[in-house]
Design a protein around this ligand. Sequence first.
Ligand code: FPP
Length: 255
Amino acid sequence: MAIKLPFIKSKQAKQSPEISTENTPKHIAIIMDGNGRWAKNRGLVRVAGHKEGLSSLMKIVKAAVKYEVEILTLYAFSTENWKRPKSEVEFILRLPKEFLEIYLPDLIANNVRINVIGDMEKLPEYTREAVQYAIDRTQNNDGLQVNFALNYGGRHEIIQAMKEMYTDLLDTKLTIDKIDEQRFSNYLYTAQMPEPDLLIRTGGEKRLSNFLLWQLAYTEFWFTDVLWPDFQEADFSLAIDHFQQRNRRYGGLSN
Ligand code: FPP
């Protein structure tokens, strides 16, 4: 199906007026990096970049809806981000509330379902309440699912999964011979979700930073130098176009 899109001007990517939703990635994961540098380049304080990042976030959510993406997983705050200055941590953790206060009606209008992956318990109450409200308000929506990765770490997730699995073994709800990759996946935050088809990292770094370590085993990667606050629908389209041309073999041979 081809959907007509308005022409979008971007320094980094040219937008074709047509998009193809054929062979669109079902699940896209994004590491939204470069906010601090974006602000520094403009002589602003780092957190100004995080704030600007919110409008990119909404633009990309809307683009994902157009592309008929099923799941968008966004790395918003990692288990390692606590090492940042307290004031920056607090600022970032206030962003979900701010984002949802502005955009929740728009998300609902776009049939988006909000979800969180990560260790919510350690988040401040204002973050948990705002996110939980959005989860509840959108739970019956059946369009794009947006996973906010908040206080998320891939290693932490695997250890948590292992502990839960071990508890089930002790409680004899599970036996060792039943453990396989599929069974293990069901203990992860992403249980029942398809694994990401495409990972986008903005901001020029080429690393995973402890994101979805288990789930990215066969994901296609797209790295771009564009800083997250500059990331536009046209850049997102470019990543998808590239994905659509890839030949995924999952360790086998091409057809
Ligand atoms: C990385 O840039 C970005 C973050 C740690 C925070 C990203 C969070 C948002 C865009 C908002 C999240 C909001 C919701 C609604 C979940 P950086 O600070 O590492 O940039 P740098 O590499 O240029 O320093």
